[in-house]
Design a protein around this ligand. Structure first.
Ligand code: ZN
Ligand code: ZN
Ligand code: ZN
Length: 154
């Protein structure tokens, strides 16, 4: 199953197979929860789509657990492919507003920081296989571990 994001990249979403085995009818909400789970599984989506892609849903839903971006929400991220910023936390963002705004070269907030391709899954998760976070920034096995990008000037 393919989802079109931002018109420039397609994300591969694993097919949803739970329905057939359980024999239960899925409600509209169940379906979207499953779709969320599938989306959450993809590294590509987490780095480039999670809270970056504008939410396509036209009905009421829990926007905090929704993987898409909603205007005005704190978790909103700038697309690391379109904006030039590194996976280093902005020193000015911590105490309120950074005046550089979207043109700042540093990450604004934990989501931009840890989901940045420089940083995402470059450390092991403390909980390892017992981790129950829906979106965890860390790796749970050596296979999941990615190479961290370091900057000699920082
Ligand atoms: Zn949403
Ligand atoms: Zn900043
Ligand atoms: Zn974890």
């Amino acid at each position: 199953m393919l989802l079109q994001m931002n018109g420039n990249k397609e994300f591969d979403v694993p097919s949803l197979t739970l329905k057939e085995s359980s024999g239960l009818e899925l409600t509209h909400d169940d379906f979207h929860d499953l779709l969320d789970e599938a989306l959450y599984e993809s590294d590509d989506f987490r780095m480039y789509g999670y809270k970056v892609t504008r939410c396509p849903r036209r009905y009421r839903h829990n926007w905090m657990s929704c993987p898409f971006m909603h205007f005005g929400e704190k978790a909103r991220r700038r697309d690391p492919r379109l904006y030039n910023y590194v996976g280093i936390l902005c020193p000015d963002h911590k105490d309120g507003m950074c005046l550089r705004g979207d043109s700042c070269v540093f990450a604004h907030g934990a989501f931009e920081h840890w989901l940045h391709p420089d940083k995402y899954r470059t450390r092991m998760c403390n909980a390892r296989a017992f981790c129950s976070r829906r979106v965890c920034f860390f790796a749970h096995s050596v296979q999941e571990l990615r190479q961290e990008t370091c900057y000699p000037w920082y």
